[in-house]
Write a protein that binds this ligand. Structure first.
Ligand code: ATP
Length: 202
């Protein structure tokens, strides 16, 4: 799966609709300090389902919405769209019936985030899984933010292992195992309740 387009609207410093075409090969983003280069990387992470405000350098998730400037008022929503080339049908079932997939994440003040895949509403989890299975989730080692290299050098072995697992594409399996464990413990609790009821009837 290849990213072909990134569109931003009201996301951080990108207050006006901005459309970036991502060509095949290497893409470089250059510009003066503070022009928004890191914000672009954060937009990529965010649309892939990042839900830690700290990863967005913010205190709360609504901090990604354009906060206003001397000449412009604050916006009420932020939206990022990521277009993926799916010609080879590498996306998981539910996503892989189209040549291109457009994932859109929108956050509205006081209303939280909503996701769409090709105009159809989807859950955050579905989007996170789509990218985790493609080894390129919001925690992907392919996205290197400032200061991350020194963090990696100083990281504990467990944290380093997580990075290798993400690169190997098995982090989606861990997420699924966690969900299965939650379901199992829910079922066990239900069984205990049924036993209690049966005992009461006996
Ligand atoms: P450097 O080269 O110094 O790392 P950069 O090009 O990576 O800079 P960013 O860190 O991406 O720049 O962008 C920082 C700019 O984004 C700052 O001017 C900051 O005020 C602006 N910014 C961040 N969040 C918001 C927001 N919610 N609303 C408006 N502007 C924002």
């Amino acid at each position: 799966m290849r990213f072909t387009r990134l569109r931003l609207n009201g996301f951080k410093s990108f207050v006006d609709p901005t459309d970036l075409i991502i060509h095949e090969g290497l893409t470089g983003v250059v510009g003066p300090n503070g022009c928004g280069k890191s914000n672009l990387l954060e937009a990529l992470r965010w649309v892939m389902g990042e839900n830690r405000p700290t990863a967005m350098r913010g205190g709360g998730m609504e901090d990604v919405i354009f906060a206003g400037a001397a000449t412009r008022g604050a916006r009420h929503f932020a939206e990022v769209a990521l277009v993926i080339d799916n010609a080879e049908r590498l996306a998981p079932p539910g996503f892989n019936d189209a040549d291109t997939i457009e994932i859109v994440r929108r956050i509205t003040r006081d209303a939280g985030s909503a996701y769409k895949a090709n105009q159809r509403e989807v859950r955050a989890r579905d989007v996170q899984m789509l990218f985790a299975d493609a080894s390129t989730g919001s925690h992907s080692p392919a996205l290197v933010r400032q200061g991350q290299i020194s963090e990696l050098i100083n990281a504990k072995p467990k944290a380093r292992r997580r990075i290798l697992e993400e690169a190997a594409g098995i982090s989606g399996l861990y997420a699924r195992r966690h969900e299965a464990e939650l379901k199992l413990s829910g079922a066990e609790q239900n069984l205990t309740r049924v036993d209690d009821v049966l005992e009461g009837l006996a």
